[in-house]
Design a binder for this molecule. Structure first.
Ligand code: SF4
Ligand code: SF4
Length: 325
């Protein structure tokens, strides 16, 4: 469904009551690119249902269009995600091109990808290009990480973090390394500052590891996480929790208002969750990056749905972590 055609839903109603208008985009400070759905892992909570079997991969023509759009807007950050973005065959060419254009680049990494064949020197490549890193680590305890992401993923993640720390990531200001926590089930993340203090203490004591910030992200009922909720009969209860936890103070910072997202095939969306759900941008905008005129982004209507309550629950949630203290 395209945004202009969408009926006024329960989320729009609460947003309108709080702000006197539906959710609208502002200047796109971030351009997020989903480089494909191939991943070396097959996590239980994955909202894009990425796995080693997926074949959807962004090609160079879409990357070139992203480069042009990022320069034209201009954006303050190009945020690369997936799947495992490092597995895209044009990943390094794209990062080099973005850096040569003077665009700050951030990569969302699952850490374990660094021991995949051909990825052995990826940490050094990222450090040499001053790429900021956001790394998934849903818990500092191995049993919780392995339950969510697969056997031995915690140990492999710790080994990768050691390499990153040794390169200066999480220890030098120019090489930020943020960790991402998401709940292991259908509940909201705890207070980000308190959990960050726990992570910092435990990661130091257990592994002598450092990081820059901890970002807490709520699970959106989409993809594999939604399938699991439905299989356990918990989907309705989780949706109710999200709705009942609606916090209007989160609305200003919602990531969809400050970014535009591009799928592996060039399709545009307001956020990665909408991409996963097959929701493009509003119907009065072009569906694909090829035809997008940058000046059309500010003021556009954001395409919303029931899943949006995951971003406005409690402290709020975004790719940058909690939205309010
Ligand atoms: S959650 Fe991340 S690491 Fe896990 S399967 Fe999905 S894309 Fe891969
Ligand atoms: S899921 Fe969140 S980021 Fe995406 S459109 Fe809804 S509120 Fe915005």
């Amino acid at each position: 469904m395209r945004g202009g055609e969408q009926p006024f839903n329960a989320f729009d109603l609460l947003v309108s009551q709080a702000r006197g208008d539906v959710l609208r985009g502002e200047t796109a400070a971030t351009l997020q690119a989903n480089l494909g759905l191939r991943c070396n892992l097959r996590c239980r909570h994955c909202h894009v249902a990425a796995s080693p079997d997926r074949t959807e991969i962004m090609g160079w023509p879409v990357m070139a269009a992203i480069l042009r759009l990022a320069e034209a807007l201009p954006v303050g950050l190009v945020d690369l995600t997936g799947g495992a973005p490092e597995l895209n065959p044009d990943f390094r060419r794209f990062v080099r091109a973005l850096c040569e254009a003077g665009l700050p680049v951030q990569v969302r990494t699952n850490l374990t990808v660094f021991d995949a064949p051909g990825q052995e020197d990826t940490p050094e490549f990222l450090a040499a290009h001053r790429v900021r890193l956001v790394a998934s680590l849903p818990c500092y305890l191995d049993e919780n990480v392995d339950a969510q992401r697969g056997s031995r993923t915690h140990a492999r993640s710790i080994a990768a973090l050691r390499r990153l720390n040794a390169l200066g990531y999480g220890r030098r200001a120019e090489l930020p390394l943020d960790l991402v926590y998401n709940p292991g089930g259908p509940w909201l993340p705890p207070d980000q500052a308190i959990l960050e203090a726990d992570y910092r203490r435990e990661m130091k004591q257990r592994h002598d590891l450092d990081f820059t910030r901890l970002l807490t992200i709520a699970n959106v009922p989409a993809g594999r996480f939604l399938e699991e909720l439905q299989a356990r009969g918990k989907a309705d209860r989780y949706r109710s929790l999200l709705r009942e936890s609606f916090n209007p103070r989160t609305l200003d910072g919602l990531m969809c208002r400050h970014q535009i997202c591009v799928a592996w095939n060039g399709v545009l969306a307001d956020c990665d969750f909408n991409l996963a759900l097959g929701l493009g941008v509003a119907a009065d905008l072009p569906a694909s990056i090829d035809l997008l005129v940058p000046s059309r982004l500010p003021g556009r209507r954001i395409v919303t749905g029931e899943h949006c309550f995951a971003c406005t629950a409690g402290h709020g949630s975004s790719c940058r972590g909690a939205l309010v203290a």
